[in-house]
Design a binder for this molecule. Structure first.
Ligand SMILES: [Zn+2]
Length: 443
């Protein structure tokens, strides 16, 4: 896809102090609820909300105009699983980096993620309520965030980064240092789980994230045996649901997936070795799958090129061989699939839309992949009544493309998205925008 010069490099700061301009887009192709495109249509936006989508609308008092001829308009992308607070998998680097620098890099990650067209993220661990609320306050540009703060696992499990040499407690892969206000991330048994969930919620978590199996980058051997008991999972879901908070469960395969579904998880993360019986149970209970293909493809490639140590490499290659199987199994059973990248490295952040082509390759149609990235993500995150569609009454979080996204691979590179709007404000200014300068603060 061609990318006009200058597009994608201007990210405005759309905080609450900047009133969104009235906006009129003439004759643009608009993603509809089927995942196809209707149009050309006119789109009228006022006070950050879509007022009308129809042919031959009047621009009214709109200050900002855009000729949409030959452009494609989609809702902003939802990345329902990533780690904006993590930019490296290198243990020594993580141990040596001052925490303040990591917070500033998180701001850079959030800016790049928004510039890529991702207007909503569900952070699966590390980013906390302060990051979420700072972005919402307009201190730095970034997507709207839901956060889980910590990923809760068990002693000796995937989130226990215990440093055997010095005998120091440390959380998962040293990715999450202790700091004032950080809730604990380990729980053993239902009683501790109840308390740990309460502490995460007290710290402002929108989601409870549980770790039910090892991950691909686990340093220890072992399969994907459950690391939390069924009783642990039930206790977490009950405690979270009392506070009207959903639970997302990291589970690659085996009994852990089945237990998580039965316990009432809202989504299964990764689910690489999902079975048909698991998928049937998920469909019956309305449990979503977030398959996170992009990170696994990259890890498998790193393993093949010798960039991972042998233990991690064999695990990454094994997962890579099954990449996408779960998507086909889930699709056949009618499970809703939402887009999530699991990105947590600076070389990946900002390439979130690469997940679209992988979902398509795994078996979703182009239309289904586009919905997984928009309205299905909004449904998973509980905001489908106001986000995830271009329709009257919906907040105008949207992206523009300069060609039809039939080739989803063309969206993989930064710059493929040529315009980004957040709450009606141009964030990445499409070159055809008129009169936008006075209403956009550039950084
Ligand atoms: Zn993750």
């Amino acid at each position: 896809m061609s990318s006009p010069a200058g597009a994608g490099d201007s990210v405005g700061l759309g905080g609450p102090s900047a009133p969104p301009p009235g906006l009129f887009i003439h004759g643009v192709n608009v993603l509809d609820e089927t995942g196809g495109f209707g149009g050309p249509l006119d789109v009228l936006v006022a006070a950050g909300v879509v007022r009308a989508v129809a042919k031959d609308l009047s621009p009214g008092a709109s200050e900002v105009m855009l000729d949409g001829d030959g452009l494609w308009l989609l809702p902003g992308i939802f990345d329902c699983h990533l780690h904006t607070g993590l930019s490296s998998f290198d243990t020594l680097e993580l141990l040596r980096t001052p925490f303040s620098r990591r917070v500033l890099e998180t701001a850079d990650v959030l800016r790049r993620t928004l510039a890529a067209g991702v207007t909503f993220v569900r952070d699966a661990g590390i980013a906390d309520a302060g990051i979420r609320d700072g972005v919402a306050a307009g201190y730095v540009p970034g997507p709207t965030m839901q956060v889980s703060v910590v990923a809760i696992g068990s002693t000796g499990g995937h989130t226990d980064g215990f440093l055997t040499g010095p005998g120091l407690e440390c959380s998962v892969d040293y990715s999450l240092p202790d700091y004032p206000g950080r809730p604990p991330n380990l729980a053993d048994g239902p009683e501790e789980m109840r308390k740990t969930v309460r502490l995460a919620l007290r710290s402002g978590a929108d989601w409870i994230k549980l770790i039910a199996t090892r991950g691909v980058l686990a340093t220890s051997d072992g399969g994907f045996d459950p690391e939390l008991s069924f009783e642990d999972l039930v206790a977490a879901v009950l405690e979270a649901s009392r506070r009207h908070r959903p639970v997302m469960v990291h589970a690659l395969g085996g009994e852990a997936i089945r237990w998580a579904i039965l316990a009432g998880a809202r989504s299964i993360e990764h689910g690489v070795f999902l079975t048909e019986a698991d998928a049937a149970a998920m469909a019956a209970r309305g449990c979503f799958l977030v398959p996170t293909l992009a990170i696994y493809e990259r890890l498998a490639a790193s393993a093949r090129s010798g960039d991972l140590d042998p233990g991690r490499a064999s695990r990454a290659i094994a997962v890579g061989e099954h990449l996408g199987d779960a998507v086909q199994i889930a699709r056949a059973a009618g499970v809703k699939v939402a887009l999530g990248t699991d990105f947590g490295h600076r070389i990946d952040h900002g390439r979130n839309l690469s997940e679209l082509a992988l979902l398509h390759r795994a078996g979703l149609s182009v239309e289904e992949a586009l919905l997984a990235a928009t309205s299905v993500g909004a449904e998973l995150c509980g905001v489908a009544d106001r986000l995830g569609r271009i329709a009257p009454g919906y907040q105008f979080d949207a992206i523009l493309l300069d060609s039809e996204p039939t080739d989803l691979a063309s969206l993989s590179e930064p710059g493929a998205v040529t315009g980004v709007f957040q709450r009606g404000t141009p964030i990445v200014r499409h070159p055809r925008l008129r009169n936008a300068a006075a209403t956009t603060t550039l950084i």
